[in-house]
Write a protein that binds this ligand. Sequence first.
Ligand SMILES: Nc1ncnc2c1ncn2[C@@H]1O[C@H](COP(=O)(O)OP(=O)(O)OP(=O)(O)O)[C@@H](O)[C@H]1O
Length: 302
Amino acid sequence: MIEATGLTKRYGSTVAVDDLSFSVEAGRVTGFLGPNGAGKSTTMRMILGLDRPTSGKVLVDGRAYRDLHRPLRTVGALLDAKWVHPNRSARAHLQWLAKSNGIPDRRVDEVLDLVGLTQVAKRRAGGFSLGMSQRLGIAGTLLGDPKVLLFDEPVNGLDPEGILWIRQFMHRLADQGRTVFVSSHLLSEMAQTAQDLIVIGKGRLIAQTSTAQFIKDATEDTVKVRSPQLDRLRELLVAQSARVTDSIEDNALVVHGVEAARIGELAAGNGLTLHELSPQLGSLEEAFMQLTRESVEYHAHE
Ligand SMILES: Nc1ncnc2c1ncn2[C@@H]1O[C@H](COP(=O)(O)OP(=O)(O)OP(=O)(O)O)[C@@H](O)[C@H]1O
């Protein structure tokens, strides 16, 4: 578990993180979202003791990072996958990390196996593809078998297969009861990966909730209807006080504020044919844009 209380970081007159309180639960994948400059990296650095809070605190499993005796055994973090000595082999890189935390050598082979790098363990890490580098980085985070894991933009630049592998791996780590905290810009990916979200803007907390609830709260559910008798259907819906807008598709309408079942009954009751009746769920993108609109540092000129 990670717990931040009143966490604040100022750089001169810039308030990067502003009185932030949240908790990241064990056994779940929690996404960390916010527009550019929102303070995500600064928060992650404070969790890892790389930056000191101006005020407030953040605890990992009840203790500040700097009070952890062998930090890799409590928290594993991947901030930059290319952070390896290019001429070292994957195994040598992990052996060096393990040694610095008093972790036995045999664990190196275990984690190489966990991330599927056993075959290439002797190859120079500098020659690895981005996907392999991410796997090596993740192997490093697992060396101390930590209960808490932090990943900063782990799927950036990966191909679909690499993204899928990381998503499934994170779910597996959470299923083992670990705390998994992931920042990402890829919202559609986060919607599939994170069960919970912590969303910040301008250093402040915007939302801490489940992903499903976040989308539900910020977006409106609508229903798409296609029918060869669209005008008649539109009249009936408007008579029921529904708000109806045109769909970008031909012969289709978007209905706001009426459930799909009610629309189906209305059509059947009036002898109208429907070719489609599909509830449209809001997306994490829409919800994110809606809730962070006020806290984007720089808007593009429209
Ligand atoms: N070392 C520093 N010195 C001065 N200002 C800083 C420093 N680090 C971060 N900031 C500022 O603090 C704010 C938060 O930055 P941070 O990098 O934490 O945001 P972020 O959410 O990680 O952004 P991004 O998504 O772009 O990586 C920004 O306004 C940034 O310019």
